[in-house]
Design a protein around this ligand. Structure first.
Ligand SMILES: Nc1ncnc2c1ncn2[C@@H]1O[C@H](COP(=O)(O)OP(=O)(O)OP(=O)(O)O)[C@@H](O)[C@H]1O
Ligand SMILES: [Mg+2]
Length: 371
């Protein structure tokens, strides 16, 4: 998805633009961030992804300077900034609930920060900056518009412009699209991506929407209870999740539970209720332990004539390019199978109640600890 017209993904020989070094944030008993270590590279699009309350906003606030870590270090351009206030950092944040000033027009909202500077910048300079920034977020000529006269998507752009006008090196976006409907959200995602490539600014996005993180990011940090549990490119996280938690959170997966009976090289065998099932080892696992065989729905074949697992089709959901089937095997229980339009064209569709067979290759199955 990277266009060659824009800077490519960051090279590894660069110095990080920002670093978390075992950064923790405690609120009394609550551990909101638990020893986060992470290097953010210049020009990258990085996302924090995780469920509500896992510490995403806290991580962003430490980066912006709204919170000092309880322990550990925060660095910007290699310099420790633990106690440096937000306005002294080359970082701007679009807040989770982007609070625009309702009594001010668009131009005054966007230029608010600029106008607080001392010495006060000249009015012509401010007007010029506002015009440039509105152009950038595709709201040219909206200067005098009132906030309540704008759609949700337009307000979102104003919030973005308010952060961009300061020309930050790092732009922090906390669930910036949460208030938008699905179609508008998709449009804004594409725009944000092209804006990021065009400006070459480092973007750090917080989201609990895995599709959003997968489609936009160079790298994703998966968070759980204040910790980063895996960092990687979208495809790596999808294909090689290092835990059942990540496999479950990124994309859809079926989990078949059993005991790990043997290990051989990179492969292992799990005693499933239906017999042994082979798979790739997804993390450190021990023979004799309870594990899961994780199989993505699109990796499972459904056939009317043959396969390892006899199933009955329970439900069919038409999804356009794909059809999602919920099938049941008496020993394995219910699981999901995704059948492409192309496959259906040759094999035919399956009806609810119909008997069929499911199967998958050992390479498509990942062995993960039950956690
Ligand atoms: N000021 C605070 N005082 C006490 N606890 C807090 C404070 N801010 C956050 N927390 C707690 O820290 C944890 C992490 O909160 P945080 O806001 O970072 O989560 P989040 O991942 O952004 O969640 P969401 O997706 O709901 O926005 C939560 O348990 C939250 O209740
Ligand atoms: Mg939050």
């Amino acid at each position: 998805m990277h266009s060659t017209a824009y800077p490519q993904a960051p090279a590894s020989d660069q110095n990080p633009i920002a670093e978390f070094r075992a950064a923790s944030k405690h609120y009394g008993e609550v551990v909101a961030a638990d020893a986060i270590s992470l290097s953010i590279m210049p020009g990258e699009f990085l996302s924090f992804l995780g469920p509500s309350g896992c510490g995403k906003t806290t991580a962003l606030r430490m980066l912006a300077g709204f919170e000092a870590p309880t322990s550990g270090e925060m660095l910007l351009d290699g310099v420790r900034v633990n106690d440096l206030p937000p306005h002294k950092r080359p970082v701007n944040m679009v807040f989770q609930h982007y609070a625009l000033f309702p009594h001010m027009n668009v131009a005054d909202n966007i230029s608010y920060g600029l106008r607080q500077q001392r010495p006060k910048p000249a009015a012509a300079f401010v007007a010029q900056k506002v015009a440039e920034t509105l152009e950038r977020v595709r709201l040219p000529g909206f200067d005098t518009r009132r906030i309540w006269e704008m759609s949700g998507g337009q307000q979102q752009r104003v919030a973005l412009a308010r952060a961009l006008i300061n020309q930050p090196k790092i732009l922090l976006l906390d669930e910036p699209m949460a208030a938008l409907d699905r179609k508008l959200r998709r449009e804004m995602q594409i725009e944000l991506q092209s804006l990021q490539r065009a400006l070459g600014i480092t973007f750090v996005l917080v989201t609990h929407d895995q599709e959003e993180a997968l489609s936009m990011s160079d790298r994703i940090c998966i968070m759980r209870a204040g910790r980063i549990v895996q960092i990687g490119a979208p495809r790596d996280l999808y294909d090689a999740p290092n835990s059942r938690y990540v496999a479950d959170f990124v994309g859809k997966s079926n989990f078949f539970e059993g005991t790990l009976s043997s290990v051989s090289g990179l492969m292992g065998a799990v005693d499933l209720p239906t017999g042994p099932g082979r798979g790739r080892l997804g993390q450190d696992v021990a023979v004799g332990r309870k594990v899961s065989l994780s199989v993505r729905p699109e990796q499972i074949y459904l056939s009317p004539t043959g396969g390892a697992f006899a199933v009955q089709v329970r439900n069919r959901i038409f999804l356009g390019e794909h059809t999602e089937y919920l099938v049941n095997n008496p020993s394995l229980g219910d699981f999901l199978v995704l059948v492409s339009r192309q496959t259906e064209a040759t094999l035919g569709a399956f009806d609810p109640g119909q008997d069929a067979f499911a199967d998958w290759t050992p390479e498509a199955a990942l062995i993960l600890n039950n956690d």
